[in-house]
Design a protein around this ligand. Structure first.
Ligand code: 5AD
Ligand code: SF4
Length: 473
């Protein structure tokens, strides 16, 4: 299966398999922990919670799995190739375990939840299988393995949000951070494994979210991204009674924006059926809420959207795009697209291309359909579009997106844009990089008069395929 993907904040290719390193640990026992993460930003965020829990239990982290006592791999199940990647990595860990037989190997996250104890049968080197809602149990489960048992906890919860656990910020630039505001997903898109691996949707207490944003701001952070599988269905109530206080996503966004005008706020992911005009007006009201919306379309054809159970059609999606353009004329829009979903015809695929033409997305994450066991699509429909056709359609979608991405990038040239400096550019210590409001990476020369964490106005002079280049004015 072809899985072409451009770097994104949601599913950052360059971070796949990244190991997490903590600076220090209280009451440490000297046991060394290695954690590696795959998949979406939510998984990277969860690894920070795992690190926090195990740091309290006395662990120190190591960037080298060969010297670790406990090796964790936080996994993704979204497409088959994500799982293949994890299986291959486990083989490498297995080779180390031969040399260091008391090494404990644990599988966390979505694949753990999907395969449960079957994992222990299939991969003999695995000692521990822990689903996304069971991380508080990790110290206890490690204890069980120490006693010579294998351990599994894949219970999903209706309440767990880890609201009280202060995630340790890992491999951080000290300027941008992610805050998880909800867990799980109730949408049941027919292709998607997430409702099965992450359970029912639940929203985190808004006061703990605002406090986390405030603490990050006080520690020098200048941008937070509010994370959830479907942020627009965020809904929190203080109690069951009718008079109980309730907070929706637009209200939460406002509370976080009010932490400081100097704190940029982003969010991801929005669902076309749930994003409201109230959210758009809140974005318009606050300069520090970034004008960027990730609005996955998946397909441009109404019949395919129906078999995908997306609960909107082509006209509804276009109406949402019109609302965004009307209320937020400067807003960047990105999307996710799946090609070759069950029964998709050539004409239906053409409608995806025409939707791309209609929106001219700033960015897109594009995939060919990968059947996931146990999902409604796997149960109800035949995966009947040949691999070669899926791949050809994907290539057409990607080629068109490249034109649109280039077109959108060109629109910035000649403008002066506010950029939050994140650090040195990847290529050179003579340049800084940072993002503009619309989430484009901007590169410009280093100077003593400004430093990372500060905002600068950059005149955009030119663009490469994915980056803008300019100078501070
Ligand atoms: N096959 C291909 N792509 C998928 N996605 C989710 N499930 C599948 C699947 N079975 C894509 C969707 C989603 C993104 C996170 O991954 O486009 O929005
Ligand atoms: Fe994230 Fe979905 Fe992968 Fe789970 S399956 S890690 S929720 S992308």
């Amino acid at each position: 299966m072809l899985d072409l993907n451009i770097p994104s904040k949601e599913h950052d290719e360059s971070r796949q398999g990244e190991a997490l390193v903590l600076e220090s640990s209280k009451n440490h026992t000297g046991r060394k922990l290695y954690v590696e993460s795959y998949g979406c930003q939510m998984n990277f965020s969860d690894s920070e919670i795992v690190a926090s829990i195990l740091s309290d239990a006395g662990f120190v982290t190591t960037p080298d799995y060969t010297e670790a006592d406990v090796v964790f791999i936080n996994t993704c199940s979204i497409r088959e190739n994500a799982e293949v990647r994890v299986r291959n990595r486990l083989k490498q860990f297995g080779a180390s375990k031969v040399k260091k037989p008391d090494m404990l190997i644990g599988v966390l996250g979505c694949m753990a939840e999907r395969l449960k104890s079957k994992f222990l049968e299939e991969e003999k080197i695995v000692d521990l299988v822990v689903g996304p809602d069971a991380y508080r149990d990790l110290p206890n489960l490690i204890g069980k393995v120490d006693e010579g048992n294998k351990a599994v906890n894949v219970l999903l919860s209706r309440e767990e949000t880890y609201a009280d656990i202060n995630p340790v910020r890992l491999n951080s630039n000290g300027i941008t951070a992610f805050i998880s505001i909800m867990r799980g997903c109730d949408n049941m898109c027919s292709f998607c494994v997430v409702p099965f691996t992450r359970g029912r949707e639940r929203s985190r207490d808004p006061y703990s979210v605002v406090k986390e944003a405030q603490d990050l701001f006080d520690a020098g952070y200048r941008e937070v991204t509010l994370l959830g599988q479907n942020v627009d269905s965020y809904k929190w109530k203080s109690g069951e009674e009718e008079s109980a206080e309730s907070v929706n996503f637009a209200q939460l966004l406002e509370k976080v924006a009010l932490v400081s005008p100097e704190l940029r706020v982003r969010f991801s992911t929005s669902h076309p059926k749930d994003i409201t005009d109230e959210v758009l007006y809140t974005m318009a009201k606050y300069e520090n809420i970034c004008k960027y919306i990730h609005l996955p379309v998946q397909s441009g054809n109404s019949r395919i959207l129906e078999v995908m159970n997306r609960t909107y059609d082509r006209a509804w999606y276009m109406e949402k795009i019109n609302a965004i353009r009307r209320i937020l004329p400067e807003c960047a829009i990105s999307t996710d697209i799946i090609t070759g979903f069950c029964t998709e015809t050539e004409e239906e695929h053409q409608e995806t291309l025409s939707m791309q033409e209609f929106v001219k997305y700033d960015f897109a994450y594009m995939f060919s359909y990968s059947e996931r066991p146990g999902t409604p699509a796997a149960k109800k429909f035949e995966d009947d579009v040949p691999e070669a056709v899926k791949k050809r359609r994907l290539e057409e979608v990607i080629a068109l997106q490249q034109q649109h991405g280039y077109y959108r990038l060109q629109q910035h040239i000649g403008k002066v844009e506010k950029v939050l400096i994140e650090g040195f550019s990847k290529k050179s210590k003579e340049d800084y990089c940072g993002r503009n409001d619309q989430n484009c990476m901007v590169v410009f020369p280093v100077s003593e008069t400004y430093k990372p964490g500060e905002y600068v106005n950059v005149l955009i002079e030119r663009g490469t395929s994915a980056t803008l280049i300019g100078k501070v004015v």
